[in-house]
Design a binder for this molecule. Structure first.
Ligand code: PGA
Length: 252
């Protein structure tokens, strides 16, 4: 029921020219691949050019952040409606780097998420615990809080269409991936809460991605877990060959 999604988060990497070169090289490599959705998230600046280069390809484009207002005096911000207008259909919300480095809270995540839905963008909402929280036995509580506050006011139908990315903060950019068992435990917990709060039909449709040091050689074992519906990939999505191998995880 849930088509796997492989989403490349390019963070603050690649100029416009480099972004277009990447997707131009990527497109023919994954052209015939079926049964998996593919998405790239370049910087705001590269969204229009990447969207144009990917037209008709089936590869989706996301922004990495948005503001919750449609427009206004918010220097340096970009609205969900503007992202939609620039050619992207998706947006990442609440990435741990935004939470820890730029002060985002569950409340701002919730506002952004609702703005994204209003602008007909598909949100990828990131949640996940820090190392201290994991070692303190708080993982499930942290996830509960992030889901409950972050998704406040979201309907079952909206939940079914959005994507959650479980990204343990200690696994992001560290080379320390969660084991498949740790990922499945967190994903099953998330799905259980979604079932409780949004109903079993919506929870069964909502895709939950794993993120944190996903690489070509560990993606298949993560994807073998029943509640892992894809991956949010940082470092390994910046290179055409490694991202292609991840998208083709079934072949490897
Ligand atoms: P990583 O980043 O794959 O480089 O660990 C994942 C993410 O931050 O989404």
């Amino acid at each position: 029921m849930r088509t796997p999604l492989m989403a490349g988060n390019w963070k603050m990497f690649k100029s416009v020219r480099e972004s277009v070169a990447m997707v131009t090289a990527l497109r023919p490599k994954i052209d015939g691949v079926t049964g998996v959705d593919v998405l790239v998230a370049p910087t705001f600046l590269a969204v229009p050019a990447v969207a144009a280069a990917l037209e008709g390809s089936g590869i989706h484009v996301a922004a990495q952040n948005c503001h919750w207002e449609r427009e206004g005096a918010f220097t340096g911000e970009v609205s969900a409606a503007m992202i939609r207008d620039a050619g992207a259909g998706w947006v990442i919300v609440g990435h741990s780097e935004r939470r820890t480095l730029f002060g985002e809270t569950d409340l701002s995540v919730n506002r952004k998420l609702r703005a994204a839905i209003t602008a007909t963008l598909t949100p990828i909402v990131c949640i996940g615990e820090t190392l201290d929280e994991r070692e303190g036995g708080q993982t499930h509580d942290v996830l509960d809080r992030q889901i409950q506050r972050g998704l406040d006011g979201v309907t079952g139908a909206e939940l079914a269409a959005l994507v959650i990315a479980y990204e343990p903060v200690w696994a992001i950019g560290t080379g320390r991936t969660a084991t498949p068992e740790q990922a499945q435990d967190a994903h099953a917990h998330i799905r259980g809460r979604l079932t409780q709060w949004f109903g079993s039909d919506a929870a069964a449709r909502c895709r939950v991605l794993y993120g944190g040091s996903v690489k070509p050689d560990n993606v298949a074992t993560l994807m073998a877990q029943p509640d892992v519906d894809g991956a949010l990939i940082g470092g390994a999505s910046l290179d055409v060959d490694s991202f292609t191998r991840i998208v083709k995880f079934r072949v490897a």
